[in-house]
Structures are given as C-alpha cells and as structure tokens.
Design a protein around this ligand. Sequence first.
Ligand SMILES: Nc1ncnc2c1ncn2[C@@H]1O[C@H](COP(=O)(O)OP(=O)(O)OP(=O)(O)O)[C@@H](O)[C@H]1O
Length: 252
Amino acid sequence: MTAIVSAENLTVTYDDFLALDTVSIDVAPGESFGLVGESGSGKSTLLRAIAGLSPVTSGRIVLDGKPLDAKYRDKAFYRQVQMVFQDPYGSLHPRQTVDRLLQEPLAIHGVADAERRILRALDEVGLGSSFRFRYSHQLSGGQRQRIAIARALIIEPQIMLLDEPTSALDASVQAEVLNLLEQVRRDRKLTYIMVSHDLGVVTHMCERLAVMKNGKVVERLSSADLVAGRLSEDYTKNLMVASKGFVRNAVA
Ligand SMILES: Nc1ncnc2c1ncn2[C@@H]1O[C@H](COP(=O)(O)OP(=O)(O)OP(=O)(O)O)[C@@H](O)[C@H]1O
C-alpha cells in the first residue's frame, strides 16, 4: 500500500509524561481509518501531532511521500489537511455569521470563488442558503457541527482529521452527522482519520482501525474483524462491550 499519511515511530512527550510511545500507522488514499481507545490513551495526541498541534519528540509524519517538519505546517498543508474538533460550541465564534465563518478559510487560502463555494458547502452539509446569515449562537449543536464540517470542506482538502466529531451530540443527531460525513467522503473521495472512544461509531465509519492504550497501539483491526468479533486483546473486547452498552442505552 502507498500511504497518503504515515506516522512512523511517533513519540510525543508533555514534560516527563509519555503521551505517545513510538506509534506507527499507515493510511491509504481514500481510506477511512479509525483511532479508538479509552480516555487518555493518546488518540487525540496522535491526530494533533499529524496536524502539527502536538509536540513531536521523535519519529516522523510523512504526507504524500514527503516527511513533514516536526512542528511547522505551511498553508499548503492546511489546504490539503483539515481538522474537525469535538466541540461545535468551542470551535465556532458565536458572534460571527455562518457566511463570515465560511469566508474566513477562503480568505486565508486566497480562494476567489467564495459565492459558489459557500452555497455548495451549505448545500453539501444539508443546511442550505437560508442558514447563511445566521449567527452560530442561533444554531443547534448538530447544525454547528455541520458548519464546522462545511468550513473544513470549503477549501477542498484531501484529508480530514476528525476528533470525536459527533460525541458532543445527541444520539439521533450523531447518526445524521456520521451519515453526512460518510456521504461527503464518498462524493469527494476524501481520506479520513477519525478518533472515537466508541467502537460502534468506528465500525460504522472506518475500514481499518488502530486500538490505543497508554500511548501505544495495542491492536490493529479491520471493521470486518470487529463485526466478526476477531479481537485478540481483552482491552479491545472490553471497549466492544462498553460501546454495545452505549448502543443499547441509546436505543432504549
Ligand atoms: N497539552 C498537554 N499537556 C500535558 N498533558 C497532555 C496534554 N495533552 C494531552 N495530555 C495528556 O496526554 C494523554 C493523552 O491525551 P489524549 O488527549 O491524546 O487522549 P485521548 O485518548 O484522546 O483521550 P480522550 O478520549 O479523553 O480525549 C492524557 O493523559 C492527557 O492528560
């Protein structure tokens, strides 16, 4: 496989704390790759290291065959790689209109056809042009997350880094936003790296996944392995039980 993104023996240390311990992953173009694990296992740290937001101590990240600088990411990187965060309340300025929020990345990247792109992005995330001049504080959590996704999509990246993109949302809204992300990936042939503590979500969204614990990858699986219950580690089995409990509770 020729990877579009690889992490090679990546280590991240915060003061003396080893948050990521020689982790390696390879993600193929067009693939949806999941990172799962309990809280504090290092999933977000790995995603943030790829985005240049966590301090890499050793190892490297390779994008399209080219090693990236340990810290610095240029504009071309963010044109290719966009990130969506967990909290749709924190990630959008409440006193900006949707239009302004969508204009901003276009201005940063010097993209000219704002009008067409804004209308396309709103349509793509299922909101439509009537939302264009609303303030983000007038939107629900699910609508905000759709705007955060539109903001990432509007500059037409190839890769999306998704950090628990639906875990702050109600279960029914969560399913809608996951379906939207899946539809967009198919339409635009995007590559996803998606963090979730919920194996159910990752089974639904991802073809392959790495299971993380204490800053290390402890198991690598395909979603078919997960569905068939082909799990080696007790830790992964426990995560599976926990997410089944979540699904039952959500339905009940
Ligand atoms: N900026 C930071 N400074 C110090 N320690 C940090 C920092 N960011 C993360 N950590 C620590 O690194 C470890 C891994 O954190 P990380 O956010 O990657 O976990 P996670 O698996 O994404 O967990 P969660 O699901 O709770 O978000 C945790 O113990 C966390 O406290």
